[in-house]
Design a protein around this ligand. Structure first.
Ligand code: GDP
Ligand code: IMO
Ligand code: MG
Length: 437
């Protein structure tokens, strides 16, 4: 079994949680490497439905260790709430769960700035989740961030907090005209979180590399998606982290030579939450149909997701920038009963035909998608577990997706439950590329 990175190939919510849950059964460690509680990963097993925001989607297996890597921004209140909910449901969270001491904290002023900045942007707003993600990463890059490890050193934590609040309160009061924060209150609150979390805060990079040296297998659980990546996404309508494959290394301290394969997860159509360009968006009843059948409401904020046809241009872009070794296509069942399907194979803008993803936001916003039409299928694919069970039109649709993205499909998801999955080839059975002594 190899070490595999799971990546969203579109704009998030592709079904990464379901796929990670399936693969985690045969994996020793699952590690989140970027993002924070803006993520919402749904897992449905025979017992219950779980939505993971920070804790990796492998936590349901007793033998799997779950790690929050250094690249994640952690809101301790959200983390503790999630731990409590899981423990109430009988899920053990002890030595099987660790958080990097290098992971940056989300503080109350990050959430306040996130919300106030969005409000002040008016129609230019990004539509963030309001979880303080952008401001926390901004502090990390500005080298004024406070890390999980600082929670274990109260005088140092207090000093950093005091220094930061001078600046943050200035912004909150003068620029945004909203409430400010008191050092004592935040300090006491965070020392309470420290007490609860201290046994989990460790050097996860050493833990991961020691495990890899013993040939343990690691699954890297990406959050968001390639087109929300701060470099490769539809900037500035993106999140503030590296949600593409490169983030798996910087966000964990595991080197690229230790990674064997990268699987991109793509829905059989496209969705997006929040603002930003979406060339294949459908605002008519076809889009509403996808939204209703796919139950396209955000797992974190409950917002309705925008829906549209499958966009092969963005998925091919994801294949390139992540070096995808395979794809998992999810929610095929949602297309059941569509008479005709459209696949976007390029964009037209001001007389130019784009076959690759343009970096120019204006072109992406105003372009006309170029479609290939395909016949739909009337038979049900819901719950199919074997490729042979799929209608011929569905097979043709998947073949065309493979062709257009120049990437093989390893898994097909045909329903939200664990077993509603076709495994064409187990992506964990990827060969180790690195030389052995
Ligand atoms: P993630 O953020 O990528 O983990 O995806 P989300 O959990 O936010 O959203 C995916 C939604 O689709 C969840 O409600 C899943 O239960 C559901 N889902 C996943 N795979 C399938 C599928 O193949 N068919 C259907 N109908 N639902 C699916
Ligand atoms: P998972 O991991 C879909 C979107 C927000 C907004 C933009 C920036 O469940 O796929 P942020 O709060 O990150 O600053 O918001 O990114 N966004 C997501 N969309 N799935 C997600 O995560 C998302 N996380 C953030 O809607 O447009
Ligand atoms: Mg989600």
């Amino acid at each position: 079994m190899g070490n595999l990175v799971i990546i969203g190939a579109q704009w998030g919510d592709e079904g990464k949680g379901k796929i990670v849950d399936i693969l985690a059964r045969d994996t020793d460690i699952v590690v989140r490497y970027q993002g924070g509680s803006n993520a919402g990963h749904t897992v449905i097993n025979e017992r219950d439905t779980y939505i993971f925001h920070l804790i990796p989607s492998g936590i349901l297996y007793r033998g799997t260790t779950c790690i929050i890597g250094n690249g994640v921004v952690v809101d301790p209140s959200a983390l503790i709430e999630e731990m409590d909910q899981l423990q109430t449901k009988g899920i053990k969270i002890g030595k099987n769960f660790a958080v990097s001491q290098r992971a940056h904290l989300i503080l109350p002023y990050h959430k306040a700035i996130d919300r106030a900045a969005e409000q002040s942007k008016g129609s230019r707003k990004i539509g963030t989740t309001g979880r303080g993600i952008g401001p926390s990463y901004a502090d990390k890059m500005a080298r004024i961030g406070i890390r999980m490890g600082d929670l274990l050193n109260p005088p140092l934590f207090r000093k950093k907090l005091e220094e930061n609040l001078v600046e943050m309160n200035w912004f909150l009061e003068r620029l945004y005209k909203v409430e400010t924060f008191q050092v004592d209150k935040v300090f006491d609150q965070y020392m309470g979180y420290a007490e609860r979390l201290k046994s989990h805060i460790i050097d996860t990079t050493t833990l991961l590399n020691r495990a890899l040296a013993k040939d343990k297998t690691v699954l890297f659980e990406g959050a968001q998606g390639t087109h929300l990546d701060v470099d490769f996404g539809t900037y500035p309508f993106v999140t503030s982290s590296s949600s593409s494959a490169g983030g798996a290394c910087t966000g964990t301290g595991v080197g690229p030579t230790m990674i064997d394969a990268v699987m991109g997860i793509a829905k059989a159509y496209t969705t997006r939450v929040g603002s930003g360009p979406f060339p294949t968006e459908l605002t008519d009843e076809v889009g509403q149909g996808l939204q209703a059948r796919g139950r396209e409401f955000g797992s974190t904020t409950g917002r309705a997701r925008r829906c549209g046809w499958y966009d092969a241009v963005i998925v091919r872009h994801a294949v390139q920038v992540n070096g995808l070794s395979s794809l998992a296509v999810t929610k095929l069942d949602v297309l059941d009963g569509c008479k005709e399907l459209k696949l976007c194979i390029g964009y037209k803008h001001k007389g130019v035909l784009y076959k690759e993803m343009p970096a120019d936001l204006e072109a992406l916003t105003d372009c006309q998608p170029v479609y290939q039409r395909m016949k739909g299928w009337s038979a049900s694919t819901t719950g199919a577990t074997k490729y042979a069970q799929l209608p011929v039109e569905a097979k043709r649709y998947l073949d065309r997706i493979e062709e257009l993205s120049a990437c093989r499909i390893d898994m097909i998801s045909t329903g939200s439950k664990r077993h509603e999955t076709i495994i064409v080839r187990n992506p964990l059975k990827c060969s180790r590329r690195r030389p052995r002594s």
